[in-house]
Design a protein around this ligand. Structure first.
Ligand code: MN9
Length: 293
């Protein structure tokens, strides 16, 4: 399988807007998709951590995958996150995304049971074989203890050519570099927005992140500045964004993102439980942030 086309640049890890009763708010989802496409992002990562997919039923996850494809069409690249605790659920979602015309699928390692490395690898091989399309490993060690290193990655890319890339949600950028060095065909996305520029400078092909929901144009400028060799401009954009993200981390990243977008005119609702609602201090902090956006 060849390197997938157009899989680079800034990808928004889409939030899922909810109605007051916590059902999915499709009107707002459409607005969010349009707003992000207008901001110039290259693609969407749909149904991941940011999308609260782990707090949704299988049918709801499919509903979001379908709605985003309907709204976005072929205007941007689409990666469907299909990861789950059960291989069968992940395969079901991957097949659904493929039928919808998604460009790639991705999956976080199976969480909760603390599986053996052998079992985790098999989970990815099963998804790749069933979906028969480019698969991005979602490497997020802090969430499930499974951390990809260059040796494991090299073995997996060697074993299945459909394994196309990695969403590297880790501050270990030496590992990112080692992966790029060992596996030239690997497409690697940086996963923490606060180190986007660092990830790019260590060889990432692009970045997938939650704060791009409302700061997409800023990170597109950062990416372009980096590519053009204008590091000073890229650093300025990163540092300003990092100051904003630092405040958000204190009060809840997704809650703050939803509050910001709601105040910008896209009604995002609350995060699902067990996320707590944004505190009054958090709302005050968001008001201050909005003045500087
Ligand atoms: O998809 C996001 N990862 C998680 C990427 O939320 C686990 C990031 O965008 C972070 O939300 C962001 C703040 O830490 O970098």
């Amino acid at each position: 399988m060849n390197k997938p086309n157009g899989m680079s640049g800034i990808f928004t890890a889409l939030l899922t807007p909810f109605n007051p009763d916590y059902s999915i708010n499709l009107d707002s989802l459409k607005k969010l998709v349009e707003f992000n496409i207008r901001s110039g992002v290259n693609g969407f990562y749909v149904g991941g951590s940011t999308g609260e997919a782990m707090l949704m039923t299988q049918d709801e996850r499919k509903l979001v995958l379908k709605a985003v494809k309907d709204f976005a069409g072929d205007r941007v690249k689409l990666i469907a996150h299909a990861g789950s605790t059960a291989t069968d659920f992940a395969v079901d979602l991957a097949l659904y995304a493929k039928a919808l015309g998604y460009n790639a699928v991705s999956a976080v390692a199976p969480f909760y049971y603390g599986h053996t490395l052998q079992a985790v690898k098999q989970y990815y091989y099963d998804i790749a074989a069933a979906a028969d399309m480019p698969l991005f490993i979602y490497n997020f060690p802090a969430s499930n203890g499974f951390g990809l290193n260059a040796d494991i990655a090299a073995e997996m890319f060697e074993a299945d050519e459909r394994i196309a890339g990695i969403k590297h949600t880790s501050t270990d950028l030496f590992t990112l570099r080692q992966i790029k060095r060992r596996i030239p065909r690997a497409v690697v996305f940086n996963g923490f927005d606060e180190i986007c520029l660092a990830g790019l400078s260590m060889g990432a092909d692009g970045a997938i992140g939650s704060t791009y929901n409302f700061m997409g144009s800023r990170f597109v400028s950062l990416y372009e500045a980096f590519k053009a060799g204008n590091i000073e401009k890229a650093q300025k954009l990163q540092n300003e964004a990092s100051d904003i993200i630092a405040v958000m981390c204190r009060y809840g990243v997704f809650q703050c993102e939803k509050e910001i977008l709601t105040r910008m005119g896209i009604d995002m609702g609350q995060c699902r439980k067990p996320f707590l609602p944004l505190s009054s201090e958090g709302k005050k902090a968001v008001s201050d942030l909005l003045l500087n956006l």
